[in-house]
Design a protein around this ligand. Structure first.
Ligand code: ADP
Ligand code: ADP
Ligand code: ZN
Length: 217
């Protein structure tokens, strides 16, 4: 059993690796981006509130996210281990996470920092195609078997509203300003393991598994 956080800029490959890792270790995938998009799609009050921030490429306010993550972590399925993808994104969120985890007698085992140069991130986001099931494809680097259709569930793929040039620029700036400081925050706790996120998807997966297996020994 392992409790981990995947850190990395937008487009680093968190969602892609998260899917593979959660299957491998039979742990729960918690993606705050997926939860927010689901709420936008269902037109909930939360989705309505979050959408304007998301479309601009800005972070949704901490208070909203802390509520979401608390509700999700309190569900009993997290007892088998969990992977956080896209949370925390600010130091305030990281501190709230610490509090929630101590309330439920859990702790983080490792924070994996997936590192990818900016020019590569931009190329990845421009060609990304998503499925409602959370699967993520790339038109060139990771195409689905049938053009425009999800390999896993057969649904139609879509281009995310925030994978536009303007929103990507804002998201990268938000990452460096608000999220990147978490590397230092978690390094001080001795939890960070950096992994190069450039290269093949399968190679990166193997590297992350090596790190996790070492931690779990
Ligand atoms: P994140 O969740 O970190 O934003 P994704 O997993 O959605 O990132 O990946 C972003 C885009 O990059 C997607 O189009 C995905 O198919 C592609 N991608 C993921 N990993 C790699 C890789 N190692 N090499 C090339 N493209 C990748
Ligand atoms: P990516 O992996 O491409 O950066 P996500 O799917 O993780 O994108 O997130 C999409 C958007 O949802 C973010 O740009 C932000 O507006 C919002 N979001 C997701 N997670 C958080 C979070 N922990 N804090 C604030 N906003 C968030
Ligand atoms: Zn799908």
């Amino acid at each position: 059993m392992v409790n981990l956080v995947l850190l990395g800029a937008p487009g680093a490959g968190k969602g892609t690796q998260a899917k593979m890792l959660c299957e491998e270790y039979r742990i729960v995938h918690i993606s705050t981006g997926d939860i927010l998009r689901e709420n936008v799609k269902k037109k909930t009050q939360l989705g309505y509130k979050a959408k304007e921030y998301m479309d601009r490429g800005e972070l949704v306010p901490d208070g909203v996210l802390i509520g979401i993550i608390r509700d999700r972590l309190l569900k009993s399925d997290t007892g088998k281990g969990f992977l956080l993808d896209g949370y925390p994104r600010t130091v305030v969120q990281a501190e709230a996470l610490q509090e929630i985890l101590s309330e439920i007698n859990k702790d983080l085992d490792v924070v994996i920092d997936i590192e990818v140069p900016d020019d590569e991130l931009i190329e990845r986001l421009a060609g990304r195609r998503m499925c409602r099931c959370g699967a993520s494809y790339h038109m060139v680097f990771n195409p689905p078997k049938v053009n425009g259709i999800c390999d896993i569930c057969g649904d139609k793929l879509y281009h995310r509203d925030d994978d536009t040039q303007a929103a990507v620029k804002t998201r990268l700036a938000a990452y460096y300003k608000q999220t990147h400081p978490l590397i230092d925050y978690y390094s001080k706790k001795g939890l960070v393991r950096p992994v190069s996120g450039s290269g093949g998807i399968e190679d990166i997966f193997q590297q992350i598994k090596t790190v996790i297996n070492m931690i779990m020994e």
